[in-house]
Ligand binder design. Structure first.
Ligand code: COA
Length: 408
């Protein structure tokens, strides 16, 4: 038996469609192959080959993630797939390590993924590092208590994606978590959705909210799908893919638009954790807030990730950390971090460290998802010099809680 782990070539794409579709219980269709050829250069994906046949693959989409008013190159991982007969043999683990090496070589210091298999990725250093708030509600049950200034809702066609992008850029610029979007991302990911019924992509509806001064101040993109029938009426669910507002009036105007979907049984909306929508309505108890998860993130290259991250703390800070990272050994060791005047400097130094942690704990600190004292308080860090925690808190300060309205 021969075993090989390597980036795909054009000749492997047909097999990739089979592996990815089969693993996710879909059908390998010609459209999928066409999509793969059009949007994903083959070497974004690494594959495991057994006797020359592709059995597993991992794709990394190069993007950029905002933090503290700047962008950091970001590898969005997905899909990750292995044919069932080859699972639990370590192929995906090897591919994840290979993807890490390649990201480091390409100068991508940060990576993220959405998954139902936290334990798998936690083994390789990805950790939950962003939150999101999920709302489920029946639109006809909900009335807003707050009234905004009137505006106009305008439908936007996919070819006008640039109009949405202009709003998104203003929104994303200062925030922590949004990804830089390119045209294919808008068209294929934000303005379309995967439809299980047709095993293809369906179009979303998109609307802009315009103020009385004719300024575009927000937008939503959403789609509807049938839910299992329980009585005479076919229940429908409206799923909001993206909701962005630049003003309070746009926020309320967009909600008002969504709540007008009075025939829908359920409206599903996700927003940042600090969003207070439930407390803006007449009866907050009519809103369900199920557990919702943001992506797991990984610091691929600590030196590059920290030194690219603008410093927004209120005073200079310095500390040292010992990192243990068997899947990305270049991160291992003791690092001295000096933060001040908008910048962070990172260098290898000495043997003694103020705190000791695993790679997995680094990502939630990096994004500001978890405070250093909280990480220490739940046993995620060994603290050798307690005063260092205050300095870490300064160095890891963020302008906004970590939240991305993307899905990959
Ligand atoms: C999830 C999936 C990719 C794992 O592939 P795999 O080749 O079995 O993974 P590996 O054998 O390399 O596993 C690496 C390690 O993770 C563990 N692991 C694998 N899948 C896991 C899971 N679902 N949950 C928890 N741990 C898991 C393995 O036990 C192994 O740990 P070990 O080294 O301590 O033994 C594969 O089962 C699959 O394709 N599933 C269907 C599609 C899917 O869910 N993709 C991922 C979406 S995010």
């Amino acid at each position: 038996m021969t075993l090989e782990y390597r980036p795909l070539t054009d000749d492997d794409l047909e097999q990739a469609v089979v592996v990815e579709s089969t693993a996710f219980y879909n059908k390998p269709t010609p459209e999928r192959l066409e999509q793969l050829r059009e949007f994903f250069p083959p070497d974004w994906t690494v594959g495991a080959f057994v006797d020359g046949r592709l059995v597993a693959d991992v794709r990394t989409i190069p993007m950029a993630r905002r933090i503290n008013g700047s962008a950091t190159p970001f590898g969005a991982i997905g899909p990750v797939a292995c044919l069932s007969a080859y699972r639990r043999q370590g192929h995906v683990g090897k591919l994840l390590r290979l993807a890490l090496e390649r990201m480091r070589e390409q100068g991508i210091p940060l990576s993220g993924l959405f998954t139902p298999h936290d334990a798998l990725y936690a083994r390789f250093g990805w950790e939950r590092s962003e939150a999101r708030k999920q709302y489920y509600l029946r639109p006809s049950d909900i009335r807003l208590r707050v009234k905004g200034a009137p505006g106009v809702i305008e439908s936007v066609a996919p070819d006008d994606w640039g109009r949405l992008d202009a709003i998104y850029r203003r929104y994303a610029g200062p925030r922590n978590g949004p990804l830089h979007r390119v045209e294919p991302w808008w068209r294929q990911n934000v303005l379309r959705h995967y439809d299980e019924m047709t095993a293809g992509l369906g179009d979303n509806d998109a609307f802009v909210w315009k103020s009385a001064n004719r300024e575009d101040e927000g937008y939503v993109s959403y789609y509807s799908r049938a839910m299992p029938r329980t009585d005479r009426y076919a229940p429908w669910e409206v799923l909001v893919r993206d909701f962005v507002s630049l003003s309070g009036d746009a926020y309320l105007g967009l909600w008002r638009h969504l709540l007008a979907h009075d025939i829908a049984t359920r409206l599903a909306v996700h927003l940042p954790v600090e969003d207070p929508f439930a407390d803006l309505v007449e009866d907050p108890r009519k809103i369900e807030l199920p557990r919702a998860e943001g992506p797991m993130i990984r610091v691929v290259d600590i030196e590059r990730a920290l030194s690219r991250r603008p410093f927004v703390g209120s005073r200079p800070a310095s500390f040292s950390i010992r990192v243990s990272d068997p899947s990305a050994p270049w991160n291992e060791g003791v690092w001295r971090v000096e933060a001040g005047e908008g910048q962070v400097q990172v260098e290898r130094k000495g043997d003694e460290a103020d705190v000791e942690l695993n790679a997995g704990t680094l990502a939630p600190l990096y994004t500001g998802f978890m405070r250093p004292d909280v990480a220490a308080g739940v046993g995620l860090m060994k603290v050798n010099r307690p005063e260092a925690l205050e300095d870490m808190r300064e160095a890891f300060a963020v302008t906004h809680p970590a939240y991305s309205n993307d899905w990959y």
